[in-house]
Design a binder for this molecule. Structure first.
Ligand SMILES: [Fe+2]
Length: 266
């Protein structure tokens, strides 16, 4: 029997109720795959456990425009616009940010495994206490005067990128009672023009919140969502300095990284 959409009252359900919805949807998706359906590699835009998607998901077909026409009048970034120091989020203020210093590195690849060179990669994240520098984030965790949480870099000839930052903390949100987002870093890939921009999130291995998180779980295919999790890589760790995580971003093909729609904020 297909999954039935529950009635939605944002923010009032327990984690247990939301987790039951998540498991029911996943079981239904797995059953469809067993019956010959294609695995769902991208998030459902209408995913009731992630409450706000119910009202804001697109209900009409996308409007196609000629991208060349738009791109002719839109600004684009060249590598000369980005300073090398912008990839280090720990040196943007007068002192060191608090938290576990880490290096995050990986490659941006196309579906054939070819490097995607000279692309603008942007990153934004909460501080080690799980707090964003943003007026909409007012939960009672401390701001860090030495950490803003934004950085950017241009991929190299092998499609590689590298950031130095601190590990973000988990933070609460108001999807349901006692809802917490697993620690994550937001990534944006610009492509060659605004119209090509892709946004996604990287997570950290072994997070106990994965099973509870409606955003992570909105990708029904377990293998696809696992590709959002970086791996600890001792070769990326820097002696006496930082712990290393590796996370490759694959833009197309069956091993593609999930990219979220423009309407996701958390
Ligand atoms: Fe976030």
């Amino acid at each position: 029997m297909p999954f039935e959409k529950p009635s939605v009252v944002p923010g009032r359900e327990t984690q247990g109720a939301v987790s039951t919805e998540i498991r029911d949807i996943e079981a239904d998706a797995a059953r469809r795959v067993r019956q010959g359906g294609a695995p769902e590699l991208h998030p459902r835009r209408d995913y009731p456990p992630y409450r706000s998607t119910v009202l804001r998901h697109p209900t009409h077909a996308l409007v196609r425009v000629d991208p060349e026409e738009v791109e002719r009048v839109s600004p684009a970034f060249g590598h000369t616009d980005v300073n090398e120091l912008e990839s280090d989020l720990t040196i943007q203020h007068g002192g060191e940010p608090l938290g576990e210093r880490m290096t995050v590195s990986g490659r941006v690849l196309d579906g054939e495994g070819r490097p995607v060179r000279h692309q603008l990669v942007e990153l934004w994240q909460a501080n080690a206490g799980g707090r964003y520098v943003h007026k909409r984030d007012q939960h009672p965790a401390p701001l860090d005067p030495n950490f803003t949480g934004v950085g950017r870099v241009i991929t190299g000839d092998n499609g590689e990128y590298k950031f130095t930052t601190v590990k973000p903390g988990a933070y609460p949100w108001k999807n349901h009672v006692n809802a917490w987002r697993p620690a994550h870093i937001h990534f944006s890939l610009f492509g060659n023009a605004f119209t090509q921009r892709l946004v996604t999130q990287m997570y950290f291995p072994g997070d106990p919140l994965f099973a509870l998180d409606p955003i992570y779980q909105s990708i029904a295919d377990p293998a696809a969502r696992a590709r959002l999790v970086g791996t600890y890589d001792h070769d990326v760790s820097v002696s006496q300095w930082s712990l290393g995580y590796r996370w490759d971003i694959v833009l197309t093909g069956p091993g593609a990284t999930w990219m979220e729609g423009e309407d996701a904020h958390d």
